[in-house]
Design a protein around this ligand. Structure first.
Ligand SMILES: [Zn+2]
Length: 253
């Protein structure tokens, strides 16, 4: 049996469904959901099916996945069908952000330390999901996703509810000068010898504020993936692990 993490900020909206998966001793590969990290295909597919059964969502829902590449490309999902759910090659190429207003379409993001973000515009009934590692954070994919929701669906940023999911935090995310040079202008880091402890979730929070979201509409998960390896996969802490957990958001039919 798997358990899930939920965002409090989405709880008031009964038509919005979401979940963040956690590790499970009862599933092969601890419940990893990634098809691209070299693990047996059928076991990952079984894990995906198990997750969906456990969530007890409508069994006609479709699932959209992307071949995340630390890009700043955002896809607008305009059809109601699964994409890349049972076949990695079918996932959207070079894409790290997804937006849609299609009901019954679940947007998914896979991570193991990088920052997953889920967005909901209750006024226009539009959702977004994105992946921001340091590269995506540097290229401001969170702000670009908000802008794309505005452009395509008329989203007003002040209406947006945002969840910054479990990711590696300032306590554990050590980077060197080459990464740090991109974030020198933020104050979201501590110096530690010749290294830096960088706060990616906080930088994404700041970017959302700069995009005119209201701070009271943004929730950051308390979990650090590297501190909480019982619950989450951590690429850093688990030394290049192949496991990934999934953040999911959808509009109920
Ligand atoms: Zn930590």
């Amino acid at each position: 049996m798997s358990t899930f993490c939920y965002a409090k900020c989405f709880a008031p909206f009964t038509n919005l469904i979401h979940a963040v998966t956690t590790k499970s001793n009862q599933m092969p590969l601890y419940g990893s959901l990634a098809l691209h990290t070299g693990e047996p295909h059928n076991q990952i597919i079984n894990n995906r099916q198990k997750i969906v059964e456990t969530l007890k969502w409508d069994n006609t829902y479709h699932f959209v996945t992307a071949q995340q590449t630390h890009s700043d490309r955002i896809a607008v999902i305009q059809t109601s069908k699964s994409i890349g759910w049972s076949d990695y090659k079918g996932a959207i190429e070079q894409c790290d952000g997804l937006i849609t207003n299609q009901k019954g379409v679940i947007l998914t993001i896979l991570t193991a330390d990088c920052v997953p973000l889920l967005l909901f515009d209750p006024r226009n009934q539009v959702i977004g999901a994105l992946h921001a590692g340091w590269r995506g954070t540097q290229t401001q994919i969170a702000s670009k996703t908000v802008a794309k929701m505005t452009q395509h669906y008329g989203t007003q940023p002040k209406d947006l509810i945002a969840y910054i999911g479990p990711s590696i935090k300032r306590c554990c995310y050590e980077v060197d000068k080459t990464v740090m040079q991109h974030f020198q202008q933020t104050n979201a880091y501590d110096k530690k010898g010749d290294k830096y402890m960088l706060d990616l979730p906080h930088i994404n929070f700041s970017q959302l504020l700069e995009s005119d979201l209201q701070s009271r509409n943004i929730e950051t998960s308390p979990h650090c993936t590297a501190c909480d390896t019982e619950l989450f996969f951590s690429y850093r802490k688990e030394k290049g692990c192949s496991g990934r957990f999934m953040s999911m958001i959808g509009l109920a039919r």
